[in-house]
Design a protein around this ligand. Sequence first.
Ligand SMILES: Nc1nc2c(ncn2[C@@H]2O[C@H](COP(=O)(O)OP(=O)(O)O)[C@@H](O)[C@H]2O)c(=O)[nH]1
Ligand SMILES: [Mg+2]
Length: 269
Amino acid sequence: MLKTSLLVPAFSKFSSLACIKSDLIYKNPYNRLKQYLEVPVLEKDNIFSPDVETIFAAQELFIPNRFHSIKFITSGIGPEKFPNHDLPEVILMGRSNVGKSSLLKAIFRNVPSLLIRTSKKPGHTKTAQFFQIGSKLCIVDMPGYGFNQPEWIEDVLESCIKRKNCVRTFLLIDGKVGVLESDEVAIDMLESFRAPYAIVMTKIDKTADSRLLRNILHLKNVKKSSVYCYAQPFMISSHTYEGLGNLLAFIGHITGNLELRNTKSISSE
Ligand SMILES: Nc1nc2c(ncn2[C@@H]2O[C@H](COP(=O)(O)OP(=O)(O)O)[C@@H](O)[C@H]2O)c(=O)[nH]1
Ligand SMILES: [Mg+2]
Protein backbone atom coordinates (compact mmCIF):
# COMPACT_ATOMS: atom_id res chain seq x y z
CA MET A 1 0.00 0.00 0.00
CA LEU A 2 1.15 3.53 -0.71
CA LYS A 3 2.56 5.48 2.18
CA THR A 4 0.45 8.41 3.31
CA SER A 5 3.41 10.76 3.19
CA LEU A 6 3.87 10.01 -0.51
CA LEU A 7 0.21 10.19 -1.35
CA VAL A 8 -0.70 13.47 0.30
CA PRO A 9 1.68 15.72 -1.65
CA ALA A 10 0.72 13.89 -4.85
CA PHE A 11 -2.98 14.51 -4.26
CA SER A 12 -2.47 18.07 -3.11
CA LYS A 13 -0.67 18.93 -6.30
CA PHE A 14 -3.61 18.02 -8.48
CA SER A 15 -6.51 19.03 -6.31
CA SER A 16 -8.15 21.82 -4.44
CA LEU A 17 -6.83 20.33 -1.22
CA ALA A 18 -3.51 22.10 -1.49
CA CYS A 19 -4.22 23.65 1.90
CA ILE A 20 -3.56 20.43 3.83
CA LYS A 21 -1.08 21.28 6.53
CA SER A 22 0.10 17.81 7.42
CA ASP A 23 -0.87 14.21 7.07
CA LEU A 24 -2.25 14.06 10.64
CA ILE A 25 -5.74 14.20 9.16
CA TYR A 26 -5.16 10.73 7.71
CA LYS A 27 -4.01 9.23 11.01
CA ASN A 28 -6.18 7.00 13.15
CA PRO A 29 -5.23 7.81 16.78
CA TYR A 30 -6.55 4.42 17.79
CA ASN A 31 -3.47 2.79 16.24
CA ARG A 32 -1.25 4.79 18.57
CA LEU A 33 -3.19 3.71 21.66
CA LYS A 34 -3.15 0.06 20.65
CA GLN A 35 0.57 -0.25 21.25
CA TYR A 36 0.15 0.27 25.02
CA LEU A 37 -2.07 -2.75 25.60
CA GLU A 38 -1.56 -6.43 24.95
CA VAL A 39 -5.29 -6.96 24.51
CA PRO A 40 -7.41 -4.94 22.07
CA VAL A 41 -8.50 -1.55 23.42
CA LEU A 42 -12.03 -2.30 22.24
CA GLU A 43 -13.93 -5.55 21.99
CA LYS A 44 -14.04 -5.29 18.23
CA ASP A 45 -10.64 -4.11 17.24
CA ASN A 46 -10.44 -1.26 14.76
CA ILE A 47 -13.59 -1.95 12.84
CA PHE A 48 -13.63 1.32 10.93
CA SER A 49 -10.36 2.08 9.23
CA PRO A 50 -10.70 3.74 5.83
CA ASP A 51 -7.68 3.97 3.56
CA VAL A 52 -6.10 7.26 2.50
CA GLU A 53 -7.92 7.39 -0.84
CA THR A 54 -11.28 6.99 0.91
CA ILE A 55 -10.45 9.74 3.40
CA PHE A 56 -9.38 11.92 0.55
CA ALA A 57 -12.70 11.37 -1.24
CA ALA A 58 -14.52 12.16 2.03
CA GLN A 59 -12.76 15.50 2.30
CA GLU A 60 -13.85 16.47 -1.20
CA LEU A 61 -17.45 16.38 0.06
CA PHE A 62 -16.68 19.33 2.30
CA ILE A 63 -15.11 21.53 -0.36
CA PRO A 64 -17.56 23.90 -2.04
CA ASN A 65 -17.71 24.61 -5.74
CA ARG A 66 -20.10 26.18 -8.26
CA PHE A 67 -22.41 23.17 -8.14
CA HIS A 68 -21.93 22.28 -4.52
CA SER A 69 -22.57 25.05 -2.04
CA ILE A 70 -21.97 24.68 1.66
CA LYS A 71 -23.98 27.04 3.79
CA PHE A 72 -25.75 27.76 7.03
CA ILE A 73 -29.48 27.34 6.40
CA THR A 74 -31.42 27.92 9.59
CA SER A 75 -31.47 27.72 13.36
CA GLY A 76 -34.19 27.15 15.91
CA ILE A 77 -35.32 25.36 19.02
CA GLY A 78 -38.40 23.60 17.67
CA PRO A 79 -39.74 21.74 14.63
CA GLU A 80 -41.46 24.83 13.18
CA LYS A 81 -38.02 26.36 12.58
CA PHE A 82 -36.33 23.20 11.35
CA PRO A 83 -35.80 22.68 7.60
CA ASN A 84 -38.25 20.67 5.57
CA HIS A 85 -36.04 18.62 3.29
CA ASP A 86 -35.04 15.06 2.48
CA LEU A 87 -31.35 15.37 3.28
CA PRO A 88 -29.79 12.98 5.77
CA GLU A 89 -28.75 14.79 8.93
CA VAL A 90 -26.00 14.14 11.45
CA ILE A 91 -26.07 15.83 14.83
CA LEU A 92 -23.21 17.08 16.99
CA MET A 93 -24.07 17.16 20.69
CA GLY A 94 -22.17 17.25 23.95
CA ARG A 95 -21.36 19.32 27.01
CA SER A 96 -20.81 23.05 26.68
CA ASN A 97 -17.18 23.67 25.73
CA VAL A 98 -16.49 20.11 24.61
CA GLY A 99 -15.55 21.33 21.13
CA LYS A 100 -18.68 21.04 18.95
CA SER A 101 -18.21 24.34 17.14
CA SER A 102 -14.48 23.74 16.79
CA LEU A 103 -15.19 20.42 15.13
CA LEU A 104 -17.57 22.15 12.71
CA LYS A 105 -14.93 24.74 12.02
CA ALA A 106 -12.43 22.00 11.23
CA ILE A 107 -14.93 20.19 8.99
CA PHE A 108 -15.66 23.44 7.13
CA ARG A 109 -12.10 24.73 7.05
CA ASN A 110 -12.31 25.03 3.25
CA VAL A 111 -15.44 27.19 3.42
CA PRO A 112 -14.18 30.67 4.37
CA SER A 113 -17.64 32.19 3.94
CA LEU A 114 -18.95 30.20 6.91
CA LEU A 115 -18.28 32.01 10.14
CA ILE A 116 -18.44 29.54 12.99
CA ARG A 117 -17.78 30.96 16.38
CA THR A 118 -15.97 29.00 19.03
CA SER A 119 -15.66 30.26 22.55
CA LYS A 120 -13.82 29.70 25.79
CA LYS A 121 -17.03 30.75 27.55
CA PRO A 122 -19.41 27.79 27.82
CA GLY A 123 -23.02 27.94 26.64
CA HIS A 124 -22.55 30.14 23.61
CA THR A 125 -24.85 28.23 21.20
CA LYS A 126 -28.50 28.33 22.28
CA THR A 127 -30.26 26.90 19.21
CA ALA A 128 -29.91 24.00 16.80
CA GLN A 129 -27.93 25.26 13.81
CA PHE A 130 -28.34 23.55 10.45
CA PHE A 131 -25.55 23.51 7.86
CA GLN A 132 -26.23 22.17 4.40
CA ILE A 133 -23.57 20.45 2.32
CA GLY A 134 -24.77 20.71 -1.28
CA SER A 135 -27.51 18.21 -2.02
CA LYS A 136 -25.71 15.60 0.07
CA LEU A 137 -26.30 16.05 3.78
CA CYS A 138 -26.83 18.39 6.68
CA ILE A 139 -24.80 18.79 9.87
CA VAL A 140 -26.58 20.10 12.96
CA ASP A 141 -24.72 21.84 15.78
CA MET A 142 -26.64 21.62 19.07
CA PRO A 143 -26.58 23.79 22.20
CA GLY A 144 -24.34 22.28 24.85
CA TYR A 145 -25.67 20.74 28.03
CA GLY A 146 -24.15 21.34 31.46
CA PHE A 147 -22.94 24.77 32.47
CA ASN A 148 -25.10 27.63 31.20
CA GLN A 149 -27.38 25.29 29.26
CA PRO A 150 -30.60 26.76 27.85
CA GLU A 151 -33.78 25.70 29.65
CA TRP A 152 -35.08 24.09 26.42
CA ILE A 153 -32.05 21.84 26.03
CA GLU A 154 -33.91 18.53 26.41
CA ASP A 155 -36.73 19.55 24.07
CA VAL A 156 -34.43 20.76 21.32
CA LEU A 157 -32.25 17.65 21.54
CA GLU A 158 -35.25 15.36 21.46
CA SER A 159 -36.93 17.07 18.55
CA CYS A 160 -33.73 17.03 16.46
CA ILE A 161 -32.64 13.50 17.27
CA LYS A 162 -36.12 12.12 16.59
CA ARG A 163 -36.38 13.73 13.16
CA LYS A 164 -36.76 11.19 10.37
CA ASN A 165 -33.76 12.78 8.62
CA CYS A 166 -31.37 12.06 11.48
CA VAL A 167 -29.09 9.17 10.54
CA ARG A 168 -26.60 9.46 13.42
CA THR A 169 -25.89 11.55 16.48
CA PHE A 170 -22.29 12.18 17.47
CA LEU A 171 -21.88 12.55 21.20
CA LEU A 172 -18.70 14.53 21.88
CA ILE A 173 -16.74 13.78 25.05
CA ASP A 174 -13.70 15.78 26.13
CA GLY A 175 -10.74 13.39 25.70
CA LYS A 176 -8.96 14.93 28.67
CA VAL A 177 -11.94 15.03 31.03
CA GLY A 178 -13.62 11.76 30.05
CA VAL A 179 -17.23 10.78 30.67
CA LEU A 180 -19.02 12.86 33.31
CA GLU A 181 -22.38 12.24 34.94
CA SER A 182 -24.08 14.59 32.48
CA ASP A 183 -22.64 12.55 29.60
CA GLU A 184 -24.05 9.39 31.14
CA VAL A 185 -27.46 11.09 31.20
CA ALA A 186 -27.00 11.93 27.51
CA ILE A 187 -26.11 8.30 26.75
CA ASP A 188 -29.24 7.11 28.62
CA MET A 189 -31.31 9.58 26.63
CA LEU A 190 -29.96 8.38 23.27
CA GLU A 191 -30.54 4.78 24.29
CA SER A 192 -34.12 5.57 25.34
CA PHE A 193 -34.76 7.24 21.96
CA ARG A 194 -33.26 4.16 20.24
CA ALA A 195 -31.15 6.59 18.26
CA PRO A 196 -27.96 5.31 16.61
CA TYR A 197 -25.06 7.33 17.96
CA ALA A 198 -21.27 7.33 18.06
CA ILE A 199 -18.86 8.78 20.59
CA VAL A 200 -16.22 11.32 19.55
CA MET A 201 -13.38 12.02 21.97
CA THR A 202 -12.22 15.60 21.40
CA LYS A 203 -9.10 17.70 22.07
CA ILE A 204 -6.68 14.78 21.76
CA ASP A 205 -3.85 17.18 20.88
CA LYS A 206 -3.84 18.35 24.48
CA THR A 207 -4.46 14.98 26.08
CA ALA A 208 -1.67 12.60 27.07
CA ASP A 209 -2.04 9.14 25.54
CA SER A 210 -2.21 7.58 29.01
CA ARG A 211 -5.16 9.76 29.98
CA LEU A 212 -6.92 9.25 26.67
CA LEU A 213 -6.52 5.50 27.03
CA ARG A 214 -7.85 5.61 30.58
CA ASN A 215 -10.87 7.61 29.47
CA ILE A 216 -11.54 5.28 26.54
CA LEU A 217 -11.40 2.26 28.83
CA HIS A 218 -13.73 3.97 31.28
CA LEU A 219 -16.09 4.73 28.41
CA LYS A 220 -16.05 1.05 27.51
CA ASN A 221 -17.52 0.30 30.95
CA VAL A 222 -20.07 3.09 30.84
CA LYS A 223 -21.56 1.89 27.58
CA LYS A 224 -21.37 -1.80 28.40
CA SER A 225 -25.12 -2.21 28.21
CA SER A 226 -25.61 0.16 25.29
CA VAL A 227 -27.38 -1.08 22.20
CA TYR A 228 -27.32 1.92 19.89
CA CYS A 229 -23.74 3.12 20.32
CA TYR A 230 -21.25 2.47 17.53
CA ALA A 231 -18.57 0.13 18.86
CA GLN A 232 -15.56 2.29 18.04
CA PRO A 233 -15.21 5.79 19.48
CA PHE A 234 -13.67 8.36 17.17
CA MET A 235 -10.78 10.47 18.44
CA ILE A 236 -10.10 13.88 16.99
CA SER A 237 -8.26 17.12 17.36
CA SER A 238 -9.99 20.07 15.75
CA HIS A 239 -6.73 21.99 16.00
CA THR A 240 -4.24 19.58 14.38
CA TYR A 241 -6.97 17.62 12.51
CA GLU A 242 -5.64 14.30 13.78
CA GLY A 243 -8.32 11.65 13.36
CA LEU A 244 -10.60 14.02 11.46
CA GLY A 245 -10.30 12.08 8.19
CA ASN A 246 -11.69 8.93 9.80
CA LEU A 247 -14.69 10.81 11.09
CA LEU A 248 -15.35 12.51 7.74
CA ALA A 249 -15.21 9.15 5.96
CA PHE A 250 -17.70 7.74 8.46
CA ILE A 251 -20.05 10.71 7.98
CA GLY A 252 -19.73 10.42 4.19
CA HIS A 253 -20.53 6.74 4.33
CA ILE A 254 -23.48 6.72 6.74
CA THR A 255 -25.16 9.51 4.78
CA GLY A 256 -24.87 7.45 1.58
CA ASN A 257 -22.32 9.73 -0.05
CA LEU A 258 -19.17 7.66 0.09
CA GLU A 259 -18.35 4.15 -0.88
CA LEU A 260 -15.80 2.46 1.32
CA ARG A 261 -12.81 0.78 -0.27
CA ASN A 262 -10.44 -1.58 1.51
CA THR A 263 -12.29 -0.89 4.72
CA LYS A 264 -13.54 -3.34 7.25
CA SER A 265 -17.28 -3.53 7.77
CA ILE A 266 -19.04 -0.83 9.75
CA SER A 267 -22.31 -2.70 9.98
CA SER A 268 -21.81 -3.32 13.67
CA GLU A 269 -23.53 -0.82 15.89
N1 LIG B 1 -6.47 22.13 22.08
C1 LIG B 1 -7.71 22.01 21.60
N2 LIG B 1 -8.67 22.87 22.02
C2 LIG B 1 -9.91 22.71 21.51
C3 LIG B 1 -10.24 21.67 20.58
N3 LIG B 1 -11.57 21.77 20.31
C4 LIG B 1 -12.03 22.83 21.00
N4 LIG B 1 -11.05 23.41 21.73
C5 LIG B 1 -11.17 24.59 22.59
O1 LIG B 1 -12.21 24.38 23.54
C6 LIG B 1 -12.97 25.59 23.75
C7 LIG B 1 -14.44 25.34 23.48
O2 LIG B 1 -14.61 24.97 22.11
P1 LIG B 1 -15.99 25.13 21.34
O3 LIG B 1 -15.79 24.51 20.01
O4 LIG B 1 -16.47 26.56 21.35
O5 LIG B 1 -16.96 24.23 22.25
P2 LIG B 1 -18.54 24.05 22.20
O6 LIG B 1 -19.10 24.83 23.32
O7 LIG B 1 -18.77 22.59 22.40
O8 LIG B 1 -19.01 24.51 20.85
C8 LIG B 1 -12.36 26.63 22.80
O9 LIG B 1 -11.45 27.43 23.56
C9 LIG B 1 -11.62 25.80 21.76
O10 LIG B 1 -10.50 26.46 21.19
C10 LIG B 1 -9.20 20.78 20.16
O11 LIG B 1 -9.38 19.83 19.37
N5 LIG B 1 -7.96 21.00 20.70
MG1 LIG C 1 -20.57 25.88 20.28
